[in-house]
Each structure stands twice: as C-alpha cells, then as structure tokens.
Design a protein around this ligand. Structure first.
Ligand code: C5P
Length: 407
C-alpha cells in the first residue's frame, strides 16, 4: 500500500545479534515506499556487513563521523536534517546508555544528539539479553531517554541467542514496520476507547458441531488496527477466526453470540466508540446436547429448534451510556442488494448514528471491499479498496463525527 511513501528514515544499527533482523526491516521499510539511509556503529559491523545494508538500501552506508564524502564533512548534520525519523534497530544496552548521557564520540549517537528533536523523532527498538534488559541501569537509562523525547518500542519475549529465555528480544521486522507506520499515523482518535466486535459467532449444537458463517473477521481486525494506530485504546472481541491480533490491541476471544454479548456489555460502558463488525448468528440451537448426537442407523434425523440471539449492537446502542451521547455506535450491514435502502432502514432500526453497508458475498473472506456510509445527513461511498485502506478511511470518518470532548 506504500504506507511510508515519501518518508525518509535513518535506520541506525548498534551492536547486537539482532542486526540480522535489520536487513529484513530495511527491505520492509523500502517496500512500503520509504527511503532508508543506514548508519552503523563499529560494533554493528561485527554482526552484519555494511555491504549487505548498502545493497538492500541502495545507498552507501555511513559509519564514521569523519566520513569525508560529505562536502562539509558533517554527516551528523546532513543525515539528521534529511530524516523524517531516526529508528535505531537494534538499540543495544550500551547505545541506550550513550544516548542517556548525550555521548557524541561516534556517528550514530552524534547524529541522534544533533537531530532537531522537534522535527525528527527518535524511535528505539531495544535488543539485548534478558539480564541486561532487567538491570536497573538499563531501565534507568530507558526512562531517561524516554523523558528526553525518544519513543522506546517494546521488546519481545522468548528464546534469546545466548540460549536464555525472557524479555529483551528485538521485535520482529514485521512488528517494527507496524510500529513505524503507527507512529506516522495522525492521532485522530487520541484519548478514545474503542470497542470492536469481529468475525462470526459459533453456535454449538453438541460438543463437536455447530452453526457458523463465512465471516473472516478481516474488516473488523483492520478497523481495530487502524483505530489503535490513530491513538485509541482498542479492545477487540473476536469470534472464532484465524487472524493475528493487531499490535497493541487487547483481544478477547469468544465463540457464541451470548458470550460475545457478555464480553461486550461491561466494556461498552467504559468505551467511547463501539464498532460492531461481527457477523453474529441470528439464531442458536434451542438446546445444546452435552454429548455428541449419534447417528443410530434408524434413518431418523435430529430435530433442531432455534431461539433468537440477542442483538448486541441494538442492546449497546440502547444503553444509557450511548443514549446520553457518551458512546458513538457504528453498525455494519452485509446485504446482497439495494444496499442504500437496507442500510438506511437498518440504521434507524438499530438506533445508531452511523451504519456501514457492504455487499455480503463481495466482502466475506476477501482482502478488499467497498463501503457505503449512511448517517442522519445522507450517505457517502468509499470505493473498492483494500480492507486496510478502507479501515483507515472509516476511522477518519468516525473521528469527524465524534462529539467534541466536554470540559
Ligand atoms: O441485523 P443485522 O445482523 O443485519 O445487523 C448487522 C449489524 O448488527 C452488525 O453491525 C452486527 O455486528 C450487529 N449485530 C449484533 N448482534 C446481532 C446481530 C447483528 O451486534 N445479534
């Protein structure tokens, strides 16, 4: 999607075995449209060669503050002034200590210190052994660099190159890419608490069978990701889907509509935005057999009775919190035809300010979609695009409709 088009990123590598991931990260940033200028410390060059990084970034790599290739012999000024952000990945314990002290005796720390801090953000992706990470000196230095304006990204947990297991692994390249994209996203939902439902529900018949539908959850997951990138605190209540949880999103897995309702209701009371994308089953079997219903050879088929499921969106939209205007509710409608008429009618029936219509068969399981936004003022089409792009547009549309916070 070229989500980093036009961005120029200085990718700094300090010494750590996670340098091997920086090659992949460099490619990922470029694939999203960024230009990448690599700067390496001497220690980083012990782990990965400048040749590799030059080939991947298609630019000569800088490693010394005495680099005479720059006409003014000031690479620390030139490189930092051109950047939209400096990302140090991996950022070693030693490099964090150097930043905390404002050291400037090698190029990477020098250019971090020399950057115009208001215009050029500094992002750090720490990477180190778990004991080094937990050491009070490291934690003290991290607090200091954060206070000085750096954005310290999370670390991963798991197996470490040293053979130990714990906190301190550098995030994976794909995770770092998500963080960089999120960092550049305008924070139009800052301070908002967004609750999203996504995916199908599964209504059990017996312990091994049930009724579900083809909803993939992709739209709802994309919305949860976009809302988080826009600065919201996001909770995602997901039916049974095989999708990774977007970074920074709190996910709650449920199966049935009833369990989805139970997960949603208390959380909706403290949310400011509720987006119901889940394809909730309208009915569930009236009884759920405790044991598998067996075929007995008589040719008799089981008779299933059904009861209606609760309407989660309508329930939330009728809650006091929503009625007084503290919760903005957004519904989805998957239709097969007459989208505008059905979506408008559904908006009224559900009592929500915004209803998003889409054509069911054209969206279930797909990576792209087209949306029709219907509110009290009229309607607006968001033409066919990836669910990711549409999610970002929808988040911007929701932000425009939110009440100005009361003081
Ligand atoms: O009534 P219908 O299923 O077409 O409405 C779709 C909208 O209502 C979606 O936003 C869906 O998530 C929500 N819904 C719900 N609980 C139900 C049925 C639908 O929250 N039981």
């Amino acid at each position: 999607m070229n989500e980093l088009a036009g961005k120029h990123i200085v990718l700094g590598l300090s010494g750590g075995v996670a340098c091997y991931k920086s090659a992949e990260l460099c490619r990922a940033l470029i694939k999203e449209g960024a230009t990448v200028q690599v700067v390496m410390t001497e220690a980083a060059a012990q782990f990965i060669t400048p040749v590799t990084m030059q080939a991947l970034s298609n630019r000569t790599v800088y490693g010394s503050q005495w680099d005479a290739r720059e006409a003014n012999n000031m690479p620390h000024i030139n490189l930092s002034r051109e950047a939209d952000a400096i990302l140090v990945a991996p950022c070693s314990a030693d490099f964090i200590a150097r930043l905390a002290q404002g050291r400037a005796d090698e190029l990477l720390s020098l250019l971090c210190l020399a950057r115009p801090a208001q215009q050029v953000p500094l992002l750090l992706a720490p990477a180190m052994n778990r004991e080094m990470w937990a050491h009070p000196a490291t934690q003290r230095n991290l607090a200091q660099v954060a206070q000085d304006g750096a954005t310290v990204l999370a670390v991963g947990n798991g197996d470490q190159a040293c053979g130990e297991t714990g906190d301190g692994r550098m995030l994976e390249p794909a995770e770092l890419l998500e963080e960089v994209i999120a960092f550049f996203t305008p924070k139009v939902l800052a301070g908002q608490k967004v609750l999203v439902t996504a995916g199908p529900t599964f209504e059990a018949i017996d312990p091994v069978r049930g009724i579900t539908n083809h909803s993939s959850g992709k739209m709802g997951f994309a919305i949860a990701r976009a809302a988080r990138e826009a600065g919201a605190e996001v909770t995602l209540v997901a039916g049974p889907v095989h999708l990774p949880t977007p970074r920074g999103v709190h996910r709650i897995n449920v199966q049935s509509a009833q369990k989805m309702l139970e997960a949603v209701v208390p959380r909706a009371q403290v949310a400011t935005v509720f987006i119901a994308t889940a394809a909730v089953a309208d009915w569930r079997p009236a009884t759920q057999a405790e044991q598998k219903i067996k075929k007995d050879g008589s040719g008799q088929t089981p008779v299933l009775g059904f009861v209606e499921n609760p309407d989660i969106l309508a329930t939330v939209a009728q809650s006091q919190h929503a009625l007084v205007g503290d919760l903005f509710c957004v519904g989805f409608a998957a239709e097969s035809h007459d989208l505008l008429a059905h979506a408008s009618a559904k908006r009224e029936r559900k009592g929500v300010p915004l209803l998003v219509g889409n054509i069911g068969p054209a969206t279930f399981g797909q990576d792209d979609n087209a949306l029709l936004l219907v509110d009290a003022q009229g309607h607006r089409e968001l033409p066919r695009a990836s669910k990711r792009a549409l999610a970002r547009q929808l988040v911007a549309e929701i932000a425009l409709r939110l009440p100005v916070p009361r003081v």
